[in-house]
Structure formats: structure tokens, C-alpha cells
Ligand binder design. Sequence first.
Ligand code: NAI
Length: 714
Amino acid sequence: MNDTPTITLTFPEADIALLTLDMQDKGANILSRPVLDELAAHLDDLEGHDDLAGLVITSGKPGMFVAGADVREFVAALGQPSDVILESSRRGQKLLARLSQGNYVTVAAVEGACLGGGSELALWCDRRIMADTAKTEIGQPEVKLGILPGWGGTVRIPRIVGIGNAAEIVTGGDSLDPATARQMQLVDEVTSPDRLLDAAIAMIREEQRTGKYLKDRQRLSGPITINETELGFLGVTAGAWIRQQTKGHYPAPEVALNLMLETAFCDEETACQKEAEAVTGLFGSPENRSLMNVFFLQDRVKRDHGVEDDSLTPQHIESVAVIGAGIMGRGIAAANVKRGIPVTITDSREDALAAGGREILKEVSYNRATKGQDVQRALEYSPLVDLSSELSDCAKADLVIEAIVERAEVKQPVLQQLDAELSPTAILASNTSTIPIGELSSQLSHPERFCGIHFFNPVRQMKLVEVIRSEQTSDQTVVTAVAHVKRLGKLPVVVNDGPGFLVNRVLFPYMYAAVELVLEGASIREVDKAARGFGMPMGPIALYDVVGIDTAVLAGKTMSAAFPDRAEDSPLLEALVEQGRFGQKSGQGFYAYTSGKKRGTDDPDLEPILEAHRRDNRSFGTEEMVARMMVPMLVEASRALEDGIVRDARDVDLGMIFGIGFPPFRGGPLFWADSLGGEALGALIEPLTSLGPLYEITPLIAEIIEGKRTFYEN
Ligand code: NAI
């Protein structure tokens, strides 16, 4: 048992027990083994109270009910025999099931996140009440870890809300807000947070009067009412939808669906046993291990301040200014406004500023639930946006982010003027994607207050932000930038200055290798298909079209200047640009685009251009194409680590997953390499080394192949 109790038992009224969860010194309540033991002890204790009318379970942490089971305990259990895993799931189910077996009514009074095991805790109660706050949500995100709910979630949810809704909740893994949960009848009441306890007690009194909860207990412990035809139809439609989403890379959602279909006509006990078997089957799979790694990559960001010195505290940013109201400037401004931070934005072109202002308001007032503009939000946010044609107005902010054209000679004078006018504690940053931070700050009088804050496009969607420090950037600046990025709900990765920083540097050899395959005879479709088959969200050739081939040529020049041994200008890409084939934006690139459509089609005009540049006409197997593209990415990732661009292998993986969509089910490029193991890694790279420096075995990779260490060693 814990030294400090996590769960306290009180009696707000003589016949009402209240269990309050509050893990001391922790931001979240987690259902670890010791906490479950405490819960068991309290339930034992309550069995001795014959005159109890009800039990309310709640949390003492604002904004947090229970975040879930302890993922660290999952990791510790990896490699345990399957009967141990199965037993642990059964034990959890049996403990939580006691919440609907006592001589009293149980109500979960939920304010804040109620997820995974926390949601199962609430679901085993007779009734659930949720507070109508923005942070309150309920859901089963287990599939995002490559497993499924193992404490009765797949048994209770279909019996409470029907199997169709359950399929959505369990296989999608997204949580529901209180209103949606109420609509689905997953929860019984939504109320204001200050009424939560009173409402729970009132509900207990009402249930005691009607006895309805006893009928529900009986109903919920039996099979689901649904006929075979409906069940079959659901299996086909939901199965097809899942396969379309997962593309066969994530087994858990389909296993969860099949489990719920298979156990629909079972009693509760049999369904629980089958759930435990199913979760045991998924536990420890490569996908589960990789997805747990992705969980820890994100979790690690929460504790990382960005520098070694833990004593530094970030400066508070009360206002932000954005220079440049183009694609990126608008997105960055909107991200700040959505967090309630006032933003001043400027642009040298009046029309761009006006258009930027409109776009910002459009974005911040968008309501996902209604898929439209929300007047309330527009009214709330519009006072936070200040459009100004004066750079000096921007210099008043605590943080100024420059997002103007990607040319050092244009950026530098703007940065110098800001540097001269900023308040002494303000921070200046650039969103540059390629220009070294040290070069941009070379003329500034306060280079220590300057860093890169590199958002990815589209800002709304991409979670990663590179915080780039030059040799002059101070720790204080880094700590403040990192804290601000987190405040925007993004994932910061601190990167040392260098060409392409982290993500673009590791991306370029992969993109380059894809073009090489085409030059040797592979078709652009084959190359893209091979990369997607590996799990990339889109193929590299299609990605050229999205990024813009003209932009790629420019970025390529930065890379070839920095790394002449492994990057050179590409005559094929240059020829495409010369012919106005910039990609999606010009309607033609490698593929052809009809207006309004994002997906490209084959373009017969491309073939003669390819022909003129092809060196060979050989054919490739999928595995060979994958190796030819992924090894250069891996080698460059290793070099970035060896060059000290990042502090840890995990930074590379975080960057590549959240910056370019490297497949999460592989855990990140370096986690993937570690999972292959030294021998398989050698077998993958060694046959390719004759292709040149992109495929070189770096000293670090050599040690891994020899089994001396792993990327994740520390
Ligand atoms: P953009 O061309 O859409 O917008 C740039 C804006 O800056 C234009 O509205 C222009 O009028 C304005 N501008 C130019 N000179 C100015 C000056 N002296 N003072 C004030 N405003 C000025 O460009 P975009 O795509 O938004 O890129 C901006 C920065 O973000 C660049 O450094 C780029 O490398 C970087 N970036 C771009 C990404 C992308 O995918 N577009 C991704 C990540 C970074």
C-alpha cells in the first residue's frame, strides 16, 4: 500500500460514503497496483456497513478524475508469461465489478479526464454524473496503445450504450465530452461542477426509492439485446471502416470489435474472461510496444524543461506578436489566440494582413462539434487579435515570432529593428525552416534572447514544434520558448542549430532516395505505395508535390551546401520546376491535380521528363524500395544524434513521428532500429553500403550492429 493514502473515505451524510481519489504530488490520478489495493481495502471496509444507501466515487484533483491504468506497470509486465497478464486483467475486472455488487448504489461523480481504467471504474458504477467543464471527458484510449480495455470496458460499454456506440468508443479510442456522453446515455446526468456531489447524493436517494439500479444490474450482467442480422451488419460496416483507418497496421481496433461481436450474447462473466484473453493476446505485440513508446515520448515532454538546469523557471508570456501574415503567421497567431493569448500581427502587405486577419478569426471561431463557425467564439476571440501595419506595435509583446519570407536578407533587417525596440525581457524567435539561427542572430545585440520556434504546416494539425538554439541562445530563452510551446498544446523538441535542424535534415535523405529509385526505373506510384505500405501517411513523391517542388529544390540547396557528400542538386527536380510543375499548388508536379482535389492522378506528360533523366530501367521489389528509402533516414537520424543536434534518441523519434508522420506503430525510426536488433539491422544496411554515404554505417550504427549498445540505451 502507498505511504500516503490516495483514496480517502468520508461520510458526507450518515448513510452516504464518499471515496475521493487524490494521488499526492502527482498531476494525475493513476490506477496503479497500490491504488487498486487501496480501493479493494475500502470496498472490504464498506461491506461491514449494513445501512449504507450509497457510495460516491470522485476525485480531489480539479480537471482530473482518473487518467487510466499505470502504463509504467504495463512496461514492467512485458515479457511476463501470458497467464500472469491474463490474471492481472481478471483481477482488475473482479475488483471493479464489485462496484455494482454491493448492497448500496454506486455513483461516479466525474470532473476532468476520465480515461481508460478510470472510465472502466466509472462504468462499473451503477450511475455516472459528469461536470460540464471543458476538461471533462470520458473514453477508452487503449487501442492507441495497441491493446484494448482489459478491466471490463468491452463488456460494460456495449451493455450500457449498445454495441454500435460501443464500437465507436472502444475501437476509435477518442474520448467524449459530457454532452455527447449524455446523449449516448453513457452518463446519466451532466451538471455544474459545484453541484456534482449533491447531484450524486440525490441520484442515490432516487435509485433507493425506485430500485431501478437493481433491475439494471440484472440487465447489464446478461447478453445484449440485438438480433443476429443487426450484429452481422455492424460487423461488416464497422470492420470495413476500421480497416480503412488502420490500413492493416494496427490490429487492436479490429480485435476489439470482433471481441464485442463475439461476446454480445454472452453473460458478463464469460465476456470478461474473453476480454482478458483478448487483451493478453495483444499485450507485448510489436505494435503495443511501439505505441507505448510513443506514449512515453509524449509523456517525457511534460517533464522536460528543454535544458539540463532544472532550477530555471520560464518567463510568463502575456502577449505575442507575429510578423508576417502568410500561411504560417496566420496559423501561429491562431494557435495563440485559441489559448486566450492576445496577438498583434503585422505584414508588409496590407492585403495580406487583412486576409490573414480574416483567416485567423475563421480558424479560432471554428467549432469542431458543429463543423462550422461559432458566433460565441468569434465574439470571445476577436478582441484578442490586433492587426497592425507598424512593426513597432509588435515590439511591445513578450514574445515576437517572425514568419516572413524565407530569405536571410529580408529577415535580418526586420529582426534587427525588433531587437532594438523589444523590452529587455522579451524573446525574439524565427519560424525559419532552413536558415541557421546563428546566422540570423549574428547582427543582433541580444542573440541570447533569440531562438528558432519552428512550427510545421498546417500549424492547426501538426503537434511538433522545433525549438532551435544557437550557440548564443540562453537557457532562459529555451526554457521560456519550450514552456510557451507546451502552453499552445504542442510538443516541443529542443534542437541545436544546424542545416535543416532535426526533422528536415532527417527527412531529406529519404526524399532524395525516393527520387533515386525513380531515376533507376521505379514508377512514382510504386515508390509511394512502398512507403505507405511501411506505414508512412503519404508517399515521398506525393510529399514533394505537397511541399512544393520549388521549395524542395531550395531546401535541397541548403542541404547540398551543408552535406555535399550525401546531397546534390537534382536535375530532375529542377527540370520539373523549369516547366512550372511545382506540385499541388500549380496543378502539376509529379502527379496532376484537378482544382480543389488534393489527391493527384497520373500525368502522361510526366513520362518524357522522367525518361530524359532516367539512368536505368530496372524493376524493384517492395522490400528493396523500403530499405532504399528508410536506411538513409535512419543513417541521417543517427548522424544527427552523433552530431549533438538533439540530446537524446527519443527526441529524434518524437520529431519524426509528430513532424512528418513516421508510423507510430513502429515507435519512431530509432526505436524501430532498436526493435530490429543489431543482427537484423546489419542485414538491412550492409548490402546497401556500396550505394554511397547515404547508406554509410556510422560509428554509432556500427556499435549497434555489433550488439554493444542500442539507440535508446540511456
Ligand atoms: P508566406 O509567403 O505565406 O508568408 C510570408 C508573409 O510575409 C507574406 O504575407 C509577406 O507579405 C510577408 N512579408 C514579407 N516580407 C515582410 C516584411 N519585411 N515585413 C512583414 N511582412 C513581410 O510564407 P510562409 O509559408 O508563411 O513562410 C513563412 C516562414 O515560415 C518562412 O520562414 C518559412 O520558411 C517558414 N515555414 C514555412 C512552412 C511552410 O510549409 N510554408 C513550414 C515551416 C516554416
